[in-house]
Design a protein around this ligand. Structure first.
Ligand SMILES: *[C@@H]1O[C@H](CO)[C@@H](O)[C@H](O)[C@H]1NC(C)=O
Ligand SMILES: *[C@@H]1O[C@H](CO)[C@@H](O)[C@H](O)[C@H]1NC(C)=O
Length: 221
């Protein structure tokens, strides 16, 4: 199928299903993106046109980039998001994953994934983990090596390494493009009018300025 036809077909599928709650079902065994075609945006989806399946190789279905931690930020968090951009074999399969490493005491700040539920498996360490539901009730506790916690789709969640060794977490998502909205930078680093933030949080202009400098995405991760 040509890329144009494929896009039309996807529009048709999306239209037919209205607002679907999860990624569309695959319409073929697999779809290894063809780098020659780049990517195409359709609604909230990024479509990666496939290469001819006869050109797929075993290596397209193997990802070797999770053996060690990613690059640590100043706050002690390292993440390796594994999506179709880095792992072509999972394109169109409705899932993706992430390796997160936390130094002792480090946090993964409150954030949420608009398009995916996450299952987080603690490979190593002790991690205070939790989420907040839409009635502002928190569900949180320390989970240890071998335990998993589920973060329901769209709900804010967070993690902190409370052990005395580095922690490694493996997160799995039921979307190939879960999205990641980080609460601090969404609020203080996005350019929302200062007056609104003052009224919402009961803070002075000076305090808002401090938060803005701290969470401007241009200066922090
Ligand atoms: C895919 O490759 C096969 C084998 O080379 C070829 O016969 C077929 O026409 C190709 N399909 C498309 C859509 O290009
Ligand atoms: C870590 O940083 C190096 C140098 O900038 C880069 O080449 C590498 O791809 C990064 N690793 C990850 C997992 O992002």
């Amino acid at each position: 199928m040509s890329p144009k036809l494929f896009v039309l077909f996807v529009i048709f599928i999306l239209h037919g299903h209205g607002s679907r709650a999860s990624d569309p079902d695959p319409i073929q065994d697999f779809c290894i993106p063809n780098p020659k075609f780049g990517s195409i945006k359709v609604a909230h989806l990024t479509i990666l046109p496939c290469k001819n399946s006869s050109e797929a190789t075993t290596d397209d279905f193997v990802f070797s980039g999770l053996k060690s931690a990613g690059n640590f930020s100043d706050t002690g968090l390292a993440t390796i998001p594994v999506n179709p951009t880095v792992f072509p074999g999972i394109n169109t399969l409705g899932m993706s994953f992430v390796r997160a490493d936390l130094r002792v005491g480090a946090i993964n700040p409150p954030h949420f994934h608009p398009r995916a539920t996450e299952i987080a498996y603690v490979v190593q360490g002790s991690v205070y983990s939790g989420f907040v539901d839409s009635s502002s009730r928190v569900f949180a506790r320390v989970i240890k090596q071998g335990e998993v916690m589920v973060f329901p789709r769209g709900l804010m969640h967070f993690q902190m390494n409370v052990g005395d060794e580095p922690a490694t977490i493996f997160g799995s998502f039921n979307s190939q493009n879960p999205g990641n909205q980080k609460i601090p930078s969404a609020i203080f680093g996005s350019g929302i009018d200062v007056e609104l933030l003052e009224k919402a949080f009961g803070l002075s202009p000076k305090q808002i300025g401090t938060m803005r400098r701290r969470f401007d995405p241009k200066t922090v991760q």
